[in-house]
Design a protein around this ligand. Structure first.
Ligand SMILES: [Zn+2]
Length: 693
């Protein structure tokens, strides 16, 4: 195999002159605006220029010859490696078949896919939906699908003659096909007669709106796929094309990178709420796996997708079972022990080339490691084990990205998974209370000239971990995490720092109070937190409701300590203790309440009173003599409610050991309040404070 010099698939946005050509979509002649230049994925990798048609909004590469899909470019090993990647990681059958769920499936019997590739969509339609299926595709991938899945795929391009003698289909899907065709009008002219009058055509294609300089390579390279993609549509140019061929009724969903359109000649109702039935998808994957040789890349790919579905569905036990099958089979094929992520990680080297890399590891390794780490962290509570899987995922994903970019490709998903692994590694290190690992993570994450999107996600994760730690009373890590966050105030807090949930605001308030001794600063954070939490509680948010008592207590504390600046250190330390039970929380509320009353902060104490009284109704034995005494003081001094005060002082008398100062004082006050005598001065004097337990 001749050695090629490595190609840099950098995208060049530097302006170039426009050129004249007829737009392949709207046929408008005249000058087209230059957008970017990028090397072709096909040897000898000439630079290709992308132009925009301002009349319809489409983008096209005008001077690209249509590549042959029948014989894959490059050596046979290249084609095999590309198929292996597609089966293990690249294909997203769930995304592919989702539009089938937008329609009334009962009316569909005959289904065809043009450019079906390996045929995942056809297989699902046949096995899970029970449709009669037919595929058209001349590629080696389609040949593999015909053999491995026993699918009826005609190994041919769609031409005027292809569909002539075929009875029409209720639905034809052409997923990620039309962008490969230089004349989209000829394509639609060939398709239209093969669709029943009330039938549907579904097209998916890259969204031209995603082509802009701020997009990441992981987004841009799949959009452009230079050398293969010839025309890129936006929503307007795609609907315009379909209109022209009689498909005037549309239902369109657009993401930043993909357009999916359902079109028909007759009005129809697509269900805008409909999504893929994931139970059906999981059972399809399970049935397929049951009849496949488990050591095939196809089986590793489907098992990896099932594993992902099970983790996402919270079926952790089943997910671990699926993973253990993968461990056995991947061990068999590659000699890698997935139960030992450190060992696997050590075997991954910088890929020399894509084809060799494809034979060294399963190409969904990054996703497998990420989800196994997720299970270790959230299901098994093994944070250190999770860390090792996340580290493996990051290394495996980075190597795959590098291998893919070596051939000018990217799948977008791997880039995303690498990021999830990096964020997971932080979460795991924090959960493991591994201070050196957290420290290293933070300095690495903030040192590199990061993309804005990464920074936003990293900060949002750090903020979440910070809030977790503060609310768990783990201040050593909280102190460290906060250093990696941008300096903010309650009023300029960006949304991604948990602003709307109020959680980070509360954590910042507690941190200011407990760690920085900054009661005034704490009050500002807590006031902002209260606003958000109350709005959430009004909306029925359970988590926010659980945070409210902590907030209220902290707020009252901050108020009390901002004024008399008393030594509240002991109670504050307890306030911060980890994993409080409801009972401990009640004890803290009661203590704070008493301190507020005896500091003369009656209004603040009154706000806390319901939190003290309410649990007493359920557990009357938690009423202590000092608490009863304090409730009496508040009733008397704030509300002048002698009857209530009398009741509380009596309870305090009964609960105090005979002969103590408190028993004596309580009984005197019980007597005075019963006689409606004016309260004595002694009540608000500091030395009248009951002993605090
Ligand atoms: Zn145009």
């Amino acid at each position: 195999m001749p050695q090629e010099s490595p190609v840099c698939f950098a995208i060049d946005w530097a302006p170039q002159p426009g050129v004249d050509f007829a737009c392949p979509v709207c046929r408008t002649a005249g000058p087209k605006r230059f957008v970017l230049a990028v090397p072709s994925q096909l040897p000898p990798h000439p630079s290709l220029r992308l132009y925009a048609c301002d009349a319809c909004g489409s983008l096209s590469f005008p001077d690209v010859p249509v590549p042959s899909y029948a014989s894959a470019p490059g050596p046979a090993t290249a084609s095999q490696a590309a198929i292996k990647f597609y089966l293990e990681q690249g294909a997203a059958p769930d995304v592919m078949v989702e539009p089938l769920f937008w329609l009334d499936r009962q009316t569909i019997h005959r289904y065809a896919e043009v450019g079906c590739g390996f045929g995942f969509g056809l297989d699902f339609a046949r096995e899970a939906l029970g449709w009669s299926v037919q595929g058209y595709d001349p590629s080696p991938a389609a040949e593999a699908g015909r053999e491995l899945l026993d699918l009826p795929i005609t190994p041919d391009y769609l031409g005027p003659a292809t569909l002539q003698d075929v009875s029409p289909f209720d639905l034809i899907l052409a997923s990620e096909v039309i962008e490969h065709i230089s004349d989209p009008h000829a394509f639609l002219t060939a398709l239209a007669p093969a669709i029943t009058p009330s039938g549907w055509l579904i097209l998916t294609t890259p969204n031209a709106a995603g082509v802009h300089p701020a997009a990441t390579p992981g987004t841009l390279l799949p959009l452009l796929t230079p050398g293969y993609h010839l025309v890129l549509f936006n929503a307007a140019s795609l609907t315009r094309l379909l209109d022209e061929h009689g498909f005037t009724q549309h239902y369109l969903r657009a993401t930043a990178t993909t357009l999916t359109i359902v079109a028909s000649r007759q009005p129809f109702a697509a269900n805008p709420e409909a999504v893929l039935d994931r139970d059906l998808y999981r059972s399809y994957l399970q049935r397929r796996l049951a009849i496949l040789d488990p050591d095939l890349p196809l089986a590793h790919g489907l098992a990896g997708r099932l594993f992902k579905e099970q983790v996402n569905a919270g079926q952790y036990r089943q997910a671990l079972e699926t993973f253990s099958h993968l461990v056995a089979s991947i061990g068999q094929r590659y000699g890698l022990d997935l139960d030992d992520p450190v060992q696997v990680r050590a075997t991954i080297s910088t890929p020399q080339d894509f084809y060799r890399f494809a034979n060294q590891v399963p190409m969904n390794l990054c996703g497998l490691a990420y989800r196994r780490g997720f299970l270790a962290l959230h299901h098994e509570q093994q944070a250190d084990r999770a860390q090792r899987y996340f580290n493996l995922g990051e290394v495996a994903g980075a190597a795959l990205c590098q291998a893919l970019r070596g051939i000018g490709a990217d799948d977008g998903e791997t880039e995303h998974l690498v990021e999830l692994c990096r964020l997971g590694a932080l979460e795991a290190a924090v959960a493991a209370q591994d201070v050196p690992a957290v420290s290293a993570w933070l300095s690495q994450a903030t040192a590199e000239p990061a993309l804005v999107s990464w920074q936003v996600r990293a900060h949002s994760y750090i903020a979440r971990c910070f809030s977790d730690r503060v609310l768990a009373g783990d201040h050593a890590l909280a102190d460290l995490l906060i250093t990696a966050l941008p300096a903010t105030t309650p009023t300029d807090l960006p949304e991604h720092l948990e602003r709307d949930t109020g959680r980070f605001l509360l954590a910042r308030g507690l941190h200011a109070l407990n760690r920085q001794g900054d009661a005034a600063g704490a009050l500002a954070w807590l006031a902002a937190a209260r606003e958000q939490l109350q709005a959430r509680v009004a909306g029925g948010d359970v988590v926010a409701r659980e945070l409210l008592p902590t907030l209220l207590t902290a707020q009252l504390y901050a108020q009390a300590s901002a004024a008399p600046a008393e030594s509240l250190v002991n109670t504050l330390a307890r306030q911060a203790e980890a994993q409080r039970s409801a009972q401990e929380q009640r004890a803290i509320n009661a203590e704070v309440f008493q301190r507020l009353v005896h500091a003369g902060a009656y209004r603040e104490a009154e706000q806390l009173e319901p939190l003290v009284l309410h649990p007493l109704a359920a557990s009357p034995t938690e009423l202590t003599a000092p608490l009863a005494f304090t409730l009496g003081i508040l009733a008397l001094n704030l509300k002048a409610d002698h009857t209530a005060a009398h009741g509380w002082f009596l309870r305090a008398t009964q609960l105090s050991p005979i002969g103590t100062d408190l028993a004596l004082l309580a009984s005197q006050l019980a007597h005075r309040t019963s006689a409606n005598l004016p309260p004595p001065d002694v009540m608000s004097a500091p030395n009248s404070s009951p002993p605090v337990s």
